[in-house]
Write a protein that binds this ligand. Structure first.
Ligand code: B12
Length: 581
């Protein structure tokens, strides 16, 4: 291995962290004391576990349906769970599960809550708040987001298990940062303890679930790298921590063939007779059109249908989680979720007629390629880590080194094409990166045709949360127009953003925000600038929705942002005018 790479990997190894194996054992001991109740749903269906229900449905030729639900308040969420049950009873279209999407704040210990900007979903504080979900109606409620890999991992894991969850995640989100929280040692020690707890719940079919889109693969340009990286996570969860590993997928994989080939590759590499590795398929989130919103039913239904056919063909009880047609605008309402689920369930009634017409050869062949290259990627990672001195038997060290790796470099270093051809060349390109690059080309050529030239201008670009493609876009557009751009990266807090500006001696700043924190973020920027008695030119882009008191859904707050003095517009030409003229 190249000496520079070896030294780089060595620099990522934590020096004063406890041994992960000891933490795992502590988790196992805790796990034996935790009782997972049988939920109302499992009682009703006379099933021991939710996986048993999923298998039973599939054996009857039927699919398992769930909704991802994150409403404004806990009361709204519980009410929605009751309404989903009523819907199933009334229509006969069975939606059996809900995956709760609380606010990210739930992943923080309570003492950090006052520093955290409000987002677009509801909060849970005490164990009773978790329990209320599965008690609300005979609907199976599970928790994945902001649990297993968050600063409050231990507490949220215990709360969710004691409320009857059938899975916990999200493994890949150990890469996310939490505003105001910096104690990595505590956070990831608790993640490993929580995996130890889960290892005691294998007999209940409880999975440690990942969603590659949320982690390092969200930045990768090749689906083969997704497969390789999934094998790394599986190695940590199954081999080192002895817990069940589950994969959910789909949001960023909207190209049909690579998505289904990815699913087949993971199924063939990691499923066993008893334990299917594919937990749920999530509808695509990047193909939607924002103006004529109902046309998105077309893209939504076809992707559910192919997943249904896949489940029938390969006998995989993968849960189907539809995405509402309003996904590209904001967090969806219950009605919007029920509409798309109903459309999918009606498409299911024709699946058996479609199945004999299907030829999966293309998917099979692509999955062979993904398996071959993915396994090489995996071995490249493990071999290099080992050679650099990472204790690859220690789950905590593995998680920390992965967390500290720059995702873009990670893919380009371990990708098999480097050894094969000497340079990085994707075998099966991912979609969002390609779409963003196409968009960049269009914007740059349009602005060049209008003689826009930013030579001599200096600016900072950063993202306020984990969304990186908007940032990649503006960085590239401004750079190609001649500006000198300092990219501050993702998860940048307001004070850190202005610190960076001061260090660089730059006053022009572009910030990309997506999670509903835009208004609070703009207000904080203004306040900090005033406290420092400095003037900056700040432009914001991304999603201008926020959850304001009294509203059940996020509303547009662009005008309020502009009132703070931060310019808010997604039109890059207008932003340039604001910043430099
Ligand atoms: C991709 C994506 C993700 C990926 C991000 C991967 C990555 N590495 O970036 C993953 C899966 C990780 C993710 C996670 C989450 N996401 Co998300 N995500 C999206 C999605 C599908 C696309 C966003 C995107 O990258 N588009 C491509 C880029 C190029 O376009 P763009 O960002 O929209 O930018 C355009 C403009 O906004 C503008 N722009 C952007 N920034 C800037 C800045 C300036 C200065 C300017 C001038 C212009 C500009 O330029 C672009 C071209 O017009 C959107 C839904 C959608 N279809 O838009 C949801 C969405 C943004 N996500 C959302 C949420 C809630 C989350 C999560 C909190 C969900 C969860 N519970 O897990 C997490 C938070 C993650 C975190 N730590 O921050 C919500 C936001 C809700 C709201 N505001 O009302 C959305 C709208 C989905 C939804 N309907 O609920 N997400």
């Amino acid at each position: 291995m190249d000496q520079a790479l070896k030294e780089h990997i060595q620099s990522l190894i934590p020096t004063d962290f406890p041994d992960g194996r000891t933490l795992l054992q502590e988790g196992v001991e805790l796990g034996h004391k935790i009782q997972v109740p049988r939920t109302k749903f499992l009682e009703k269906h006379q099933c021991r576990t939710y996986l048993e229900y999923r298998k039973k449905r599939l054996a009857e030729g039927k699919q398992t349906w769930q909704l991802l639900l994150g409403l404004a308040t806990l009361e709204d969420e519980l009410d929605a769970i009751r309404k989903i049950h009523e819907f199933s009873e009334r229509t006969g279209m069975e939606i059996s599960g809900v995956q709760s999407i609380p606010s990210q704040i739930v992943g923080l210990p309570l003492e950090y809550w006052d520093k955290f900007p409000k987002q677009t979903s509801y909060e849970m504080r005490s164990p009773a708040d978790w329990k209320a979900h599965n008690d609300a109606a005979p609907i199976q409620v599970a928790w994945q987001d902001f649990h297993l890999a968050c600063p409050a991992a231990l507490q949220t894991t215990i709360n969710a298990l004691e409320a009857g969850t059938d899975r916990l995640g999200c493994v890949s989100t150990f890469v996310w940062d939490y505003t105001g929280y910096y104690d990595e040692k505590q956070r990831f020690s608790d993640m490993v303890r929580s995996l130890g707890i889960l290892s005691t719940k294998k007999d209940l079919d409880i999975d440690a679930v990942t969603y590659p889109e949320d982690g390092l693969p969200g930045y990768f340009l090749d689906i083969a790298s997704w497969v390789g990286y999934m094998l790394v996570e599986n190695y940590i969860v199954s081999d080192l921590c002895h817990a069940n590993f589950g994969i959910s997928y789909g949001g960023l994989l909207t190209a049909v063939q690579p998505r289904m080939a990815f699913a087949l590759a993971m199924h063939r590499l990691l499923s066993t007779e008893d334990h299917p590795v594919l937990t749920y398929f999530n509808g695509g989130t990047i193909d939607q059109i924002p103006n004529d919103i109902n046309c998105n039913f077309g893209t939504g239904v076809q992707e559910m249908l192919i997943q249904i056919l896949f489940n029938l063909k390969y006998n995989t009880p993968t849960i189907i989680s539809p995405v509402a047609v309003t996904e590209c605008l904001r967090t969806p309402s219950l009605e919007e979720l029920l509409d798309i689920a109903a459309a999918g369930i009606r498409a299911e009634t024709k699946a058996q007629e479609w199945l004999p017409l299907m030829d999966f050869t293309v998917i099979e062949e692509m999955s062979e390629l993904l398996m071959e290259k993915g396994q090489k990627f995996f071995h490249n990672v493990l071999d290099s880590f080992k050679e650099a001195g990472v204790d690859i038997e220690d789950p905590l060290q593995m998680i920390m080194v992965l967390k500290r790796f720059n995702p873009v470099k990670f893919e380009q270093i371990f990708h098999p094409s480097i050894a094969e051809t000497g340079s990085f060349k994707p075998y099966c390109p991912s979609q969002l990166g390609r779409q963003t690059m196409d968009l960049k080309e269009n914007i740059v050529s349009d602005l060049r045709s209008k003689h826009c030239n930013l030579s001599g201008k200096r600016m900072i670009c950063a993202s306020a949360d984990g969304h990186s493609y908007g940032l990649m876009l503006i960085d590239k557009v401004f750079s190609e127009l001649g500006a000198s751009v300092v990219n501050g990266g993702v998860d940048v807090e307001p004070a850190a953003l202005l610190d960076l500006a001061d260090e660089e001696g730059i006053t022009h700043i572009c910030i990309s925000t997506h999670c509903g924190q835009c208004l609070a973020y703009a207000q904080q920027l203004r306040q900090i600038a005033a406290d420092r008695n400095r003037t900056y030119h700040i432009a914001m882009g991304g999603m201008f929705t926020a959850l304001l008191p009294g509203n059940k859904l996020p509303v547009d707050v662009r005008e309020q942002i502009i009132e703070t003095g931060v310019y808010a517009d997604n039109d890059i030409e207008k932003q340039i005018e604001f910043l430099f003229q």
